[in-house]
Design a binder for this molecule. Structure first.
Ligand SMILES: [Zn+2]
Length: 311
């Protein structure tokens, strides 16, 4: 019996579009993307289930059936998919299993550190408002925290990164040219290359299987509340995925350069250049990803950066 292989989608933290990527992968007939809690001993499959699967081939299909993103596929039969993609597991968990299974690929999302930092600023402000008694961290504290989090994740990645097996998604490319970005992931996983519009999307209510219509609602989120049209079931109401994922949101890439309009851009560019290198930050400032369509320059910059982190 052919069992699906395990891959891991890794990010330094939330707020980097991981559910957008994971839902796109779930739309591929040969790939299943899991919920963040899967294999995490969090009510469903556990860390020990992952170990049993990888070490003894005990496949937890019945449990995984309810731990995959929508639209669901039949995971009870293991030969239905080639890949099961773990949703942001701790990188240490993946590295541990990689010691025994050299073939577990890491798919890592990298984003312009300055715009990612702005997402952090917004997220922690909102978090303080709603969940820490309106207490706010100052920007400097968030800067330090962000720097440590992103760099330690990249440091880990750099020690084990294998470009033959792993893949680094450029966030900016994913949003400005999704078909090419998807093609690279599908080639890494050696599954048929499909275009964005060929991927399966959610059409029916997961509870009652009725056809879904649309409705405009207020969606909370790190970037502030936004009014958006979402899928909705007449009986079960509006449907959002994890991380307030809107199944029909059409991403437009115009937000990618918004960070340049902030007042402290110059200061941040020089601070981040000290860490990531001036050429890397210039790449984002000059929006070179728009011309670097096949990401040759991006790959070169990120590889150079990871080599610097490799000790
Ligand atoms: Zn329904």
């Amino acid at each position: 019996m052919k069992l699906p292989k395990i891959a891991a989608l890794i990010t330094a933290s939330g707020g980097i579009g991981s559910h957008y990527v994971l839902h796109k992968l779930q739309g591929h007939p040969k790939i299943a993307s899991l919920y963040e809690g899967a294999f995490r001993s969090n009510g469903g499959t556990t860390k020990s289930d992952l170990k049993k699967y990888l070490s003894q081939g005990i496949y937890p299909g019945q449990a995984l059936q309810t731990e995959q993103l929508h639209p669901v596929k039949d995971l009870r039969n293991p030969s239905n998919v080639d890949w099961i993609v773990m949703n942001k597991p701790p990188i240490g968990t993946v590295l541990y299993h990689q010691n025994y299974h050299r073939d577990i690929p890491i798919i890592y999302i990298f984003r312009n550190p300055i715009s990612f930092f702005h997402t952090w600023l917004r997220t922690w402000k909102e978090y303080g408002d709603s969940r820490y008694a309106s207490r706010h961290l100052d920007d400097e504290a968030i800067f330090k925290w962000f720097k440590g989090t992103f760099l330690s994740s990249l440091f880990h990645l750099a020690q084990f990164y294998n470009p033959e097996r792993d893949h680094i998604i450029s966030f900016e490319h994913f949003f400005s040219d999704i078909d090419s970005a998807l093609a690279k992931i599908f080639k890494t996983l050696d599954v048929p290359v499909l275009k964005n519009e060929e991927l399966k999307e959610l059409e029916r209510c997961p509870i009652c299987i009725e056809k879904l219509s649309t409705k405009v609602i207020d969606i909370p989120g790190g970037s502030g509340h936004r009014k958006e049209e979402v899928l909705s079931c007449e009986e079960h109401g509006p449907l959002l995925g994890p991380g307030h994922y809107n199944f029909i949101r059409k991403e437009d890439s115009s937000f990618l350069n918004k960070w340049k309009q902030k007042e402290d851009t110059e200061k941040l560019c020089s601070r981040f250049s000290e860490i990531y290198g001036k050429d890397f930050i210039d790449y984002y400032y000059q929006e070179k990803y728009l011309e670097d369509t096949d990401a040759v320059i991006f790959d070169d910059l990120i590889n150079k950066f990871l080599r610097r982190l490799k000790i």
